[in-house]
Design a protein around this ligand. Sequence first.
Ligand SMILES: C[S@@+](CC[C@H](N)C(=O)[O-])C[C@H]1O[C@@H](n2cnc3c(N)ncnc32)[C@H](O)[C@@H]1O
Length: 302
Amino acid sequence: MSREPATASADPEKTTSRAQAIAEVAAYLVASGVAPDEAQEDSRALLRAAAGLTRLQLAMSPQAPLAEAEAERLSRYAARRAAREPVSRILGERGFWTLDLVIAPNVLDPRSDTETLVETTLALVEKRDAPLEILDLGCGSGAIICALLSELPRARGVAVDLSADACAATAENLARCGFATRARVVRGRWGESLSGPYDVIVSNPPYIRAGDIPALDPEVRLYDPALALDGGPDGLDCYRDLVADLPRLSKPDGLVAFEVGCDQAVSVAALFGDKGFGVARVGRDAGGHERVVAARPAPTRS
Ligand SMILES: C[S@@+](CC[C@H](N)C(=O)[O-])C[C@H]1O[C@@H](n2cnc3c(N)ncnc32)[C@H](O)[C@@H]1O
């Protein structure tokens, strides 16, 4: 078992500088299985939080001594990170798009990958100041609906999740971002209880193949809820459920955008096609992987 860092020194005469504490925590995290580049970044973030410092304050005085209370807080954070809890969960916060969101236990920690869904959707919205009705299916922390409302000033939203914890987190984040009066949160199964129609429908549903879940990183497997991950045997179960409601929920000139797993874009495009939707754009992440399929109802021939 890896040894805990000596940040909270037993010897009151011995002081540890911020830079030493960062190095000790990083070494402890690497010994606990965290990748070295992540361990460095994480130990800095944990130290900044433990000592209440901005990036600039830390950069200006890395040799300043760590106060005892700060060192104790850092040790507690480090032990949690060594148990592979993500930094965002330890600190209860994560930056997403331009927003600072609360991260709640038992609710998916939103990934930066999902910003590709926000970007792709916004790129296809023709008038950003239009009074659009947006539906976010499987809202989790509310990351997507909050990001869209932040960019579409006259839009209103409905955010749905089956998980009560996710609904509470979305409501909290909507309030935190100042959007509580522009969106409502509904607990339920996808679009089951809704009638619509909506201008924009977005979803980042669970899409991991059930058989792949045991091999996920501990940060995901141990801390993200199974309800947010498990896409069934081929990873596509939720897309099949979601597309079934689209003809009812989408306006004839509406837009639908789904985040997809790296190898799922073709299959999801086919599911859209089965319901009479044509692909409008495939969004790629920073690594060039196809991660979003956006579609519109195909015009009906008279
Ligand atoms: C991958 S997470 C995405 C969360 C959030 N939209 C994000 O991008 O961070 C999928 C979400 O779908 C929700 N979910 C799973 N099955 C559902 C269902 N049948 N109806 C509604 N929500 C569901 C989960 O609770 C989870 O919050």
